[in-house]
Design a protein around this ligand. Structure first.
Ligand code: TYD
Length: 132
């Protein structure tokens, strides 16, 4: 990871072969994992997300299917990412608004730096844009 304040793709690489199958290992992360969750059966027509986190940082995988992300920082810079490989993670720093769209078979796996608390969410876009 080069800049911990910027969303970026991380290549975790894989061991194995197409003959036998693959394993991807997440051992060196920029934070200690406090929570793991996965999201699935999200209809393609639905845009999920619509929030930012005050403190939480994440590395997100699409372990199956394709997930498209639009990530915006508090300065209004937008970045788009497509997760379509189980060996590539998307690092999302704190204070980044995210919108994501799943392919019908997609399974999102999130490694998170904090336990769940609704207090950490910014769910109002205007307050996010005003966040210092
Ligand atoms: P949310 O993070 O808003 O989902 P997404 O970003 O995929 O749209 O979470 C959806 C709901 O699930 C919300 O009511 C909070 C709840 N939730 C928990 O209770 N614990 C958790 O660890 C997570 C990730 C969500």
């Amino acid at each position: 990871i080069q800049d911990l304040n910027r969303p970026q793709l991380i290549d975790f690489s894989k061991v194995g072969s197409s003959a036998l199958g693959f394993i991807t290992i997440a051992e060196k992360l920029p934070f200690e994992i406090k929570r793991v969750y996965w999201t699935y059966y999200a209809p393609h027509e639905v845009i999920r997300g619509h929030h930012a986190h005050k403190v939480l940082r994440q590395v997100i995988f699409s372990v199956s299917g394709i997930i498209k992300f639009e990530i915006e920082n508090t300065s209004g810079e937008k970045l788009s990412f497509v997760l379509d490989s189980p060996e590539v993670g998307l690092y999302i720093p704190k204070l980044h608004w995210r919108r994501m769209q799943f392919s019908h078979n997609a399974v999102l796996l999130c490694l998170a730096s904090e336990p769940y608390t609704e207090e950490d969410y910014i769910r109002d876009y205007d307050s996010f844009k005003r966040w210092i």
